[in-house]
Design a protein around this ligand. Structure first.
Ligand code: COA
Length: 262
């Protein structure tokens, strides 16, 4: 499949994935996803639109302000190049990150003494997994903020995760050694047309345990799980350093994911 056809499927995924957790408002050339649970979302260019005007970005910002939502926009540089100028004319800061797809999955050796497992919806310690991810991400400004739980593992966030695990919208993988939780990561499968596409998100290792291959091992295990039903597995890396972890387990960059915020 060509890169542009793959990017098109990723665009479709991004248009569908938030809808199970949000209501939607169309604002000119933009779609605003308003989270109905604890996850905050963003606005993106409407599917199929290539010209985004700064006025639409400003209207969306005003609406986000009115709704007390963070001002956040996401898009792919290759699909909607006009969005960059519209976002910067509106005074937003823009961060780019590599968008990667699984090209050639690689088996990864698990660090000694580490056990990887899929977390079930009935796991009594769901708050611990959210807490680990919040801790790992709190020291990193990444390209992956919206659509993810906030820093608090509140009862609402735990209940939300439990529901998503139970109905298969989230698959959560964890790494543990000597009864200590060290790393987590998830993927979010979505039906796109007649296939299933998934995005890997929230790969996080506790700071003291980084550089031992846990991030790579969690990612490889998520890929292996995802490929049982998904024809396309992709992710957006926060920066080039994170992208290297993913490239080592068989991902290849096909585009640029952009995030704008105030
Ligand atoms: C990104 C992140 C998940 C990586 O986790 P990690 O467990 O350190 O990942 P790995 O150990 O597999 O790889 C990290 C580095 O350690 C090196 N490494 C891997 N195995 C190693 C080993 N056994 N011994 C020494 N170094 C090793 C890798 O080569 C890699 O180095 P490189 O970046 O120069 O290529 C982690 O830094 C993190 O949690 N960051 C905050 C959250 C975040 O930004 N997540 C990513 C969002 S896209």
């Amino acid at each position: 499949m060509s890169i542009s056809a793959t990017l098109q499927r990723v665009e479709q995924y991004y248009d569908i994935a938030p809808r199970s957790d949000s209501r939607v408002e169309e604002i000119g050339s933009l779609t605003l996803f308003i989270g109905t649970g604890p996850w905050a979302y963003y606005a993106r260019p409407r599917l199929g639109i290539d010209m985004v005007q700064a006025e639409d970005v400003e209207r969306a910002c005003a609406r986000m302000h009115e709704l007390n939502l963070p001002q956040a926009f996401e898009w792919m540089a290759e699909s909607t190049p006009s969005m960059r100028a519209a976002a910067s004319r509106s005074g937003l800061s823009i961060v780019d990150g590599p968008l990667l797809v699984v090209a050639d999955p690689v088996d990864v050796m698990l660090p000694g003494g580490v056990r990887l497992f899929l977390v079930g919806a009935d796991d009594p310690k769901l708050g611990d997994y959210l807490h680990l991810a919040a801790r790992a991400f709190s020291e990193t400004a990444t390209n992956e903020a919206p659509g993810e739980p906030g820093p608090e593992s509140s009862d609402a966030a735990v209940a939300h995760l439990r529901t998503r695990l139970a109905d298969g919208r989230t698959v959560l993988m964890a790494a543990m050694a000597q009864n200590r939780l060290l790393a987590v990561g998830s993927h979010h499968p979505v039906v796109v047309g007649d296939e299933v596409v998934t995005e890997i998100v929230g790969v996080a290792t506790l700071p003291d345990y980084r550089g031992r291959g846990l991030g790579a091992a969690i990612t490889a295990a998520l890929v292996s799980d995802a490929r049982q039903e998904c024809s396309l597995v992709f992710l957006s890396a926060g920066d080039d350093d994170s992208a290297r972890v993913y490239e080592r387990v068989g991902f290849a960059q096909i585009g640029t994911a952009c995030l704008a915020s105030s």
